[in-house]
Design a protein around this ligand. Structure first.
Ligand SMILES: *[C@@H]1O[C@H](CO)[C@@H](O)[C@H](O)[C@H]1NC(C)=O
Ligand SMILES: *[C@@H]1O[C@H](CO)[C@@H](O)[C@H](O)[C@H]1NC(C)=O
Ligand SMILES: *[C@@H]1O[C@H](CO)[C@@H](O)[C@H](O)[C@H]1NC(C)=O
Ligand SMILES: *[C@@H]1O[C@H](CO)[C@@H](O)[C@H](O)[C@H]1NC(C)=O
Ligand SMILES: *[C@@H]1O[C@H](CO)[C@@H](O)[C@H](O)[C@H]1NC(C)=O
Length: 946
């Protein structure tokens, strides 16, 4: 299909048969006006409205005025899309028409109406007094083609206080080729042909992704999360398709102007926000399960027949039951539909009652899926189901408090997956706390909750879907739950849901509910963590007991002079009891408990890393901790073994600790087999590799890592060779780590193993355990040739299970051949090779490869306008793309290139990913300085260890 905008995308609108608007009019007459005509005698049609000129220019704010409150919408949408083109006479069209009637209540007398509409052509517009046929005279209307997306209507008549009015619009729109709004997915389905071979046939479906501000692309509406209303949706669609929306639908066939159509009318929704609406028209199949609530999963017929949704059905039921108990709140809709979409730019979207997922997030094939794929399905479902409460039932008032939804849902997902047997609560430290620590150590980070008026434009809103909102949100909630104790926390959560159901909240509403359950000062404790950017590093000098805090920044600048309420949980050698000390905001203190007199006693602060801060000690205490790790690491909790390493490396990155102390902490790992400490160390060693893998320091580093990993590799070698896996979940993670690190650092037996297993695969027998495929494929291709790559590419194209496809897609990025990497980059521009939703992650994989890094960066720069403009879904992922392709940046040249890009952006006045760009520039500056100061020390240390 041709790229571009406008109606060029319409392949063939039924020429001479119907025009878009005539069908619209007819259908509306058939379906809707009939009801009205019964009620009111027909009146003569109004004279056509000519749009009049309204002064242009941005209104003072991008927010809607508060003179009108929407109560209820009646929406008809009619997409002209067929799911399949069965013969040459099928006129496939990527257009839709519709009609919306929204009943509003007038709060202040006025003659102007503002609502949202974007990329829609409004063909008819009327304003009536509700419950009568009395029309208000419209003097003009206009869609603002600027950031406001306002549909402005000016009236001659005045709307009076407490009056209710119906705003009726008819409109036309297009089904986009991008990945947001109302858009098309293309995919292929195997079809039984008469002759032996099954045939691939092209299929189409239309679906929606309306979060955060895309509902306005489907119908004119008051598209702000606090403007909740009731929605009654009707979809009119072609025979052979099936329509889904938030509530239950009842389809019936009807004839409109000699054409068969299906009219599906959905039950009225509860009062809800526009962003959580959803519509899909497809010829998907589905499976059902009922346990009080009807749970349906929709997917390609192939996937349903192969049983790939069975697992998700079971998991959904378990987690749903679990949450209703944990939250003390019944799921309020009549059903939960979930759908596995071939194209979705985000992992999943929590539309109320109708959740959409990427296929790999929902489909599960036990023959090719790894444990991690299974865990991902559970985690995603747990996240999306949590959002049915924290988001759909209780919604943040405005996007500035997005963390209230996403942070809570992230935190709850660790509880939710327990219903499916996953005990991964401790991993929250690796996945959320440590992740958030990274971006929050930059000046260009942002507070969890910003002021409402700072968040106005589309890019300001989309930039909030980041690690701060999700991961820091979850980490800080975990800290609070520990501070006030978990039972009290969950009780407060229940109260919050009960008190604010169907309403909107700001974060203080949550804190007030939690306060009811505890004597500790919740708001006093939390306000510093929520309203301030960043987090502290607490420094404890154990010779004096002196304890202080400072804003932790990778790149020291003036600092903001801010301080936090820090709840320090600590213990000492020989004393298992954990004590707690509150470090107040004012200056350094001498804390006698932190004063160590005994030479052998160490102090460990932030036990289990429940606090969102780092801890630095005097060198002596660091050394005592290291010696303890080397003598008997079991004395120190697993989470802290990881955290000590992560803290030390990052504090060293911030020039507050000699990097040799951090490096010294890794030596004990030869004796540790636990995943959390290993993963923490590998992440940080990985950063060292990124800084030095283009320099002479790399040789000694890679030798050291090879020695360090050998023991872990050997521990799992028998499993690996036999194509099996250890029983413990975290051991399974470490088995993968062992292979990945051993092979990539040149451990010969690892590479041999990978090559031999891949050879067998090429010869037709793939006995590599699914858990290990990603890394074994990758390392075989990294050490292989063009033919290995071509083989994997063929396999990628042939694979139908998304989880297997993803493993191959990753592995293809591992080749060291520049020309193959360049070709692979080019493939990301061709959706028939790499699906659009996979573009960003594929480029990111390539950038991770030292050979691919400069290619990926040049590619991103070269296609910058493609990423920022044409690829609509890019906005959400642009930040992570920038982050990925610049991770290695540590030279002045690279910094200059980034600044150049920033200047170009500013010249073009593009705010997209502005913060992400600021962040990677700051990170690069910090890296440059750090590498300058530490290169020799690092080199000496690693050389000394050999
Ligand atoms: C449809 O069009 C294709 C290509 O133009 C042609 O090969 C085929 O015979 C046509 N099929 C029918 C049923 O007319
Ligand atoms: C509007 O309704 C409110 C609540 O019913 C009432 O207090 C107020 O007086 C009404 N205002 C007008 C102008 O009718
Ligand atoms: C809207 O109207 C313009 C001008 O008539 C036309 O070019 C465009 O294709 C229309 N768009 C849609 C989505 O109908
Ligand atoms: C620290 O975490 C471990 C593992 O989850 C747990 O067993 C232990 O009780 C925790 N310690 C404290 C003091 O909470
Ligand atoms: C860091 O430690 C190493 C080895 O102990 C030493 O050579 C180096 O001078 C120290 N660097 C600083 C800045 O103290």
């Amino acid at each position: 299909m041709a790229k571009g905008t406008g109606m060029t995308k319409v392949l063939a609108i039924g020429i001479g048969v119907l025009t878009v608007s005539s069908v619209c009019a007819l259908v509306m007459m058939a379906v809707m006006y009939k009801i009205q005509i019964d009620k009111y005698p027909p009146v003569s049609p109004p004279p056509p409205i000519k749009p009049t000129v309204i002064p242009t220019g941005l209104p003072p704010t991008l927010r809607l005025p508060d003179n009108l409150i929407p109560e209820r919408y009646e929406v008809f949408i009619q997409p002209y899309l067929y799911a399949a083109i069965t013969n040459n006479y099928t006129n496939q069209s990527f257009a839709f028409t519709g009609q919306s009637t929204v009943k509003v209540q007038c709060m202040t007398a006025s003659r102007s109406i503002f609502l949202h509409a974007q990329n829609l052509n409004v063909t008819t517009l009327e304003v009536r007094k509700s419950g009568s046929n009395e029309k208000l005279s419209v003097s003009g209307y206009k869609i603002h083609h600027d950031e406001s997306h306002f549909l402005e209507i000016q009236l001659k008549d005045t709307m009076t206080v407490n009056g209710t009015y119906d705003i009726v619009t008819k409109f036309e729109g297009e089904l986009f080729d991008g990945l947001d709004g109302f858009y098309v997915n293309r995919y292929t389905e195997k079809v039984k042909a008469e002759e032996e071979e099954d045939e691939d046939q092209e299929r189409f479906l239309a679906t929606s992704l309306l979060k955060p501000t895309n509902a306005r692309k489907v119908f004119p509406c008051f598209d702000e999360p606090a403007l909740k209303a009731v929605f009654r949706i009707t979809i009119i669609h072609k025979p052979g398709t099936f329509a889904l929306s938030n509530e239950k639908g009842g389809p019936h066939q009807t004839e409109i102007d000699g054409e068969e159509w299906i009219v599906t009318t959905f039950k009225e929704t509860p009062i809800m926000s526009t962003y959580s609406l959803a519509f899909t028209i497809s010829d998907f199949d589905f499976k059902t399960r009922s346990s009080g609530t009807n749970i349906n999963i929709h997917a390609r017929g192939d996937a349903i027949n192969a049983g790939h949704v069975d697992h998700a059905l079971e998991v959904t039921e378990k987690i749903l039951v679990h949450y209703q108990k944990e939250f003390g709140s019944t799921y309020p809709l009549s059903k939960i539909d979930q759908i596995a979409l071939p194209d979705l730019s985000v992992g999943a979207m929590e539309n109320w009652g109708f959740i959409s997922y990427q296929e790999s997030g929902l489909l599960y094939d036990k023959h090719t899926a790894s444990t991690f794929d299974r865990e991902r399905v559970a985690t995603l479902i747990a996240h999306e189901l949590a959002l049915q409460w924290f988001g759909n039932l209780v919604t943040m008032r405005w996007w500035n408090d997005l963390w209230l939804n996403e942070g809570l849902a992230t935190y709850m997902s660790y509880i939710g997956v327990e219903a499916d047997g996953w005990d991964i609560r401790d991993l929250i430290v690796l996945r959320e706390t440590q992740t958030a620590f990274q971006v929050d150590s930059l000046n260009s980070s942002h507070p969890l909750s910003l002021q409402e008026n700072y968040i106005q434009t589309f890019s300001q809103i989309t930039e909030l879907f980041d690690d701060i909102t999700y991961s820091k949100g979850a980490a800080v909630l975990r800290m609070l739950a520990t501070f006030m104790n978990e039972d009290a926390f969950m009780k407060g959560i229940k109260m919050y849901l009960a008190k604010f159901e169907y309403k909107n909240t700001v974060y203080k509403d949550l804190l007030k509910c939690l306060q009811e359950e505890t004597k500790v000062d919740v708001e006093g404790f939390m306000s510093t963590w929520i309203e301030q950017v960043g987090y502290p590093v607490v420094t404890i000098i154990t010779q004096t007991g002196e304890t202080s805090q400072e804003h932790f920044l990778l790149k020291q600048t003036q600092g903001h002079g801010i301080a936090w309420q820090v709840d320090i949980r600590y213990n000492k050698a020989g004393d298992d009891t954990v004590k707690s000390y509150m470090l107040e905001k004012n200056g350094p203190v001498r804390q006698p408990h932190f004063l160590l007199q005994d030479k052998d006693v160490w102090l460990l602060a932030n036990v289990n890393c429940t606090g969102f801060f780092r801890v630095n000690y005097d060198e002596e205490n660091w050394n005592k901790l290291r010696i303890q790790l080397e003598r008997n690491h079991h004395v120190i909790p697993i989470i802290n073994r990881g955290q000590l390493i992560d803290d030390a490396f990052n504090i060293a990155r911030a020039h507050r600790l000699n990097v040799t102390i951090a490096l010294g902490l890794t030596k004990y790992l030869v004796n540790d087999t636990e995943y959390i400490p290993w993963e923490s160390a590998l992440k940080n060693l990985d950063h060292l590799i990124l800084m030095f893998d283009r320099s002479e320091v790399y040789g000694p580093i890679t030798k050291y890592i090879r020695n360090l990993i050998t023991q872990l590799y050997d521990r799992f070698e028998e499993y690996t060779i036999n194509g099996t896996i250890p029983e413990k979940h975290t051991d399974q993670y470490n088995q993968v780590n062992a292979i990945s690190v051993a092979c990539s650092n040149g451990l010969t037996k690892c590479i041999k193993m990978a090559r031999s297993q891949f050879e067998d695969y090429k010869n037709g027998s793939n006995h590599i355990h699914p858990n290990l495929r990603k890394e074994i494929y990758c390392n075989a291709i990294a050490t292989g040739d063009e033919y290995d790559w071509e083989f994997a590419w063929k396999e990628y194209q042939r694979a139908t299970v998304p989880a297997e496809k993803d493993k191959l897609r990753y592995a293809l990025s591992c080749t060291k051949e520049i020309w193959l990497l360049n070709r692979y980059l080019q493939y990301t521009l061709d959706p028939s090779k790499i699906r659009k939703m996979d573009m960003v992650s594929t480029i990111s994989y390539i950038a991770k490869n030292v050979a691919g890094q400069p290619l990926a960066w040049d590619f991103v720069r070269g296609h910058w306008s493609y990423f920022t403009q044409e690829n609509g879904a890019g906005a959400m992922t642009l930040g992570s793309l920038l982050d990925a392709v610049t991770k290695r940046f540590s030279t002045d040249v690279e910094l200059e290139e980034l600044k150049q890009l920033q200047r170009e952006q500013e010249e073009k006045n593009q705010g997209l990913a502005a913060r992400a760009l600021e962040q990677v520039i700051e990170r690069t500056e910090a890296n440059i300085q750090w590498v300058k100061e530490n290169k020799q020390i690092v080199k000496d240390w690693f050389t000394g260890e050999l």
